[in-house]
Design a protein around this ligand. Sequence first.
Ligand SMILES: *Cc1c(COP(=O)(O)O)cnc(C)c1O
Length: 427
Amino acid sequence: MHFENTLTFAQQLDSKDKLSHFKDQFHLLKKGGKHIVYLCGNSLGLQPKNAKAAIDQELKDWAELGVEGHFDGKNPWMYYHHFLTEKAAKIVGAKPSEVVIMNNLTSNLHLMMVSFYRPTKTRYKIMMEVSAFPSDMYAMETQARFHGLNPEDAIIELKPRDGEFTLRTEDIISKINDHKDDLAIVMMGGVNYYTGQAFDMQAITKATHQVGAIAGFDLAHAAGNLHLKLHDWDVDFAVWCTYKYLNSGPGGTSGVFVNERHGNNPELVRFAGWWGHDEDSRFQMKKGFIPMKGAAGWQLSNAQIFPMAIHKASLELFDEAGIENLRAKSETLTSYLEFVLNEINSKFSIQNSAFKIITPKNIADRGCQLSIIVKENGKKLFDYLNENNIMPDWREPDVIRMSPVPMYNSFEDIYRVGEVMKEYFKN
Ligand SMILES: *Cc1c(COP(=O)(O)O)cnc(C)c1O
């Protein structure tokens, strides 16, 4: 697509954007009456306006019905997770029975590892990307120790080639093949939180299965961002949080995908609780765990109604917009940001190369986020952007992440980012 870095051009793109009205469904940030360009949807999505009514409904049922809210509430709490699975499944490309919303992300990652990381003497290695999100690193490290293994030996880290920032699919696959005899599981991000690289989950899953290992993904930065097809890609399991691109509130609930091949296997080892027990006999309070079919059989506790109420409200907006439409807009929005940043870098910055975008150029290899490394004083540029109503985020040691989100960011937002960057470099 041909882009121009002008206000008129940005406004033209907004006027043609069929999703532009969705931003009115969110509490956009303001400072001194002025619009703030929010680029932190990768960290905490903005609040959908329908979240409050969703919470109020549950507070009302609790106030008026007490325990009877489990059955007589508008959305009976007893069955609450059922109200979320269908829409959540569409977002990750799964059958509803393959998805359940519960707990938090890292807890769910451990629960999945209990079932899917079953190391033997010879096949015990975990493969993950180097510099994964710290929670994932700690989870894998302690999973290895839980099985009496030394993490240094058990964990294989995928590293970019010298001088490169992101991984090549061919290198990931050849590493999988190198470990064809000792690899137990590949557990990596769907989109890396730091570089913004989207991994080829289909190719990775295929190669992993060919060597007889399990493929699991942490979709914290992918759910609500990419157009995922977990079922078709034959992924074994996945987990994600709902407070980043899924706009479901700080510390919000989490999602789990278990491929139906595994979900329908009651023999699969797991850590269980009463909510994963067969629904028809759950209240007979008897000994002997009988798992529910599908991902629901991994539930532990009765549903956390308040975070789930927000997620339910947020999913309604995703359902209305359609994840494929959101992704289509996102591709253009991020390409526009890339164009504007590159223009400013080459025309206005010091020696015409003050910063470098480390996120892959190829659209299929990224989500909405662009990560930029500023050669000198990155923190100063970051502060300047914030002072001028542009809100990206900063990740140590040296990256500014900008994540324009198709639900509530506009093309004009991108133009504004460019204008502030230009002023910074001119001064
Ligand atoms: C955000 C994020 C987390 C956070 O985990 P919580 O359990 O939700 O606190 C974990 N892993 C990845 C890859 C993330 O991006």
